[in-house]
Every structure is written in structure tokens, then in C-alpha cells.
Design a protein around this ligand. Sequence first.
Ligand SMILES: Nc1nc2c([nH]c(=O)n2[C@H]2C[C@H](O)[C@@H](COP(=O)(O)OP(=O)(O)OP(=O)(O)O)O2)c(=O)[nH]1
Length: 178
Amino acid sequence: MIPLRPESRSGSVWMAVVPVSYPTSVQAAMSDERFAGHEGEDHAQEVAAAAIISAGSILLAQRTYPEELAGLWELPGGKVHDGELPAEALRRELEEELGVTTAIGPRIGVDVDLAGAGSDSERYVLRAYLVQLIAGEPQPLEHAEIRWFTVAELRDADLVPNDRVWVDDLVRSMREHV
Ligand SMILES: Nc1nc2c([nH]c(=O)n2[C@H]2C[C@H](O)[C@@H](COP(=O)(O)OP(=O)(O)OP(=O)(O)O)O2)c(=O)[nH]1
């Protein structure tokens, strides 16, 4: 069985979570990303990843491919398609990968350059967003497994290499959402 929401341990209530409104400045910054970089040759496609944090734990997903990443843990998410906003793409990916409805919040951590993430010659940049679960019970629809990690477990986890730079930022957010 998949360990589900960490609140089942603490007994606190999850189902009452409602979408949050983010400040206009945050929304504007997120919208602007669709147009960022289109001027020059330096344009990078985005991979959007979700930091789903609750009761001091974070939901990670175990990759099945490619071979060098199989078995490692990542934030669920995926590539932003042409014409999509990052938040739209992330909501779509989380519906596809976990079967949940989500609200996408502000960015967390630094941008990570992904060398050769695609089969094409595109450059990719990986970005993480704080995300709230709105409806549905997360399921591993496209991953080997999903699991809630405590701070200690996250520090010890076999993360995909690119995500390791985010650990301190994730821990800070986990401590704010206890
Ligand atoms: N989703 C996700 N991808 C990550 C993370 N860290 C990291 O290096 N990546 C890399 C792995 C992949 O090279 C790329 C994202 O690919 P993906 O396979 O998740 O995205 P996707 O579903 O849209 O792509 P595709 O397989 O359909 O082409 O970013 C992370 O935390 N989450």
C-alpha cells in the first residue's frame, strides 16, 4: 500500500484545504515566464516540479526511467508544453501522474540547468513550485512508488542529482508547514 497523507499519523484535517490566492506580484511573475527568453537563442524549455508539503512532510515520487534515474526520488512534475503556463503544465502533470487536483503556489529554490534532458537539442531549466493538494488521494500512476518523506528522510533520500540543491529550501518550507 502507498503511504498516503501524513495527517493520518497526526490526525489533523486535510480535506478542508482550499485554494490560496497568491499576491498579484507572484501571479504576474509566473505569467511572465511564458514570455521570458523568447527574444534570444538562449531560450530554455521549462520542467516544472511540485513541492507538495503537508504536516512537515514532502511527497516524492520514484522514477522508472531513464536507466540512470530509475529508482531515484524526485518532485513530481514534467515538461511545460508550448503555449502552456508553468502552473497550467504542473497542474496537468500532477493530474496525470498522481490523479490529484492542485493549486500551484510560489517558486521555491534556484533554477537548475538541465543538460540534455530532452531527446531534442532544447535546453531545459528545472524549477520547483510550492503546491497544495486540493482534491484526490495521490497515486503512483506513472511512478514506481510515491511516499511522504520527513525532514530526516528527505536528507537521507536517494534524490535525482539535480534536486539535491533544493534540500535546504524544501526543509525550510517543511518546517513552516508542520
Ligand atoms: N519531473 C521532474 N523531473 C526532474 C526532476 N529533477 C530532474 O532532474 N528532472 C529531470 C528528469 C527529466 O530529464 C526531466 C523531466 O522529464 P519528465 O520525464 O519528468 O517530464 P515529462 O513527463 O514531461 O517528459 P516525457 O517523458 O513525456 O518526455 O527533468 C524533478 O524533480 N521532477
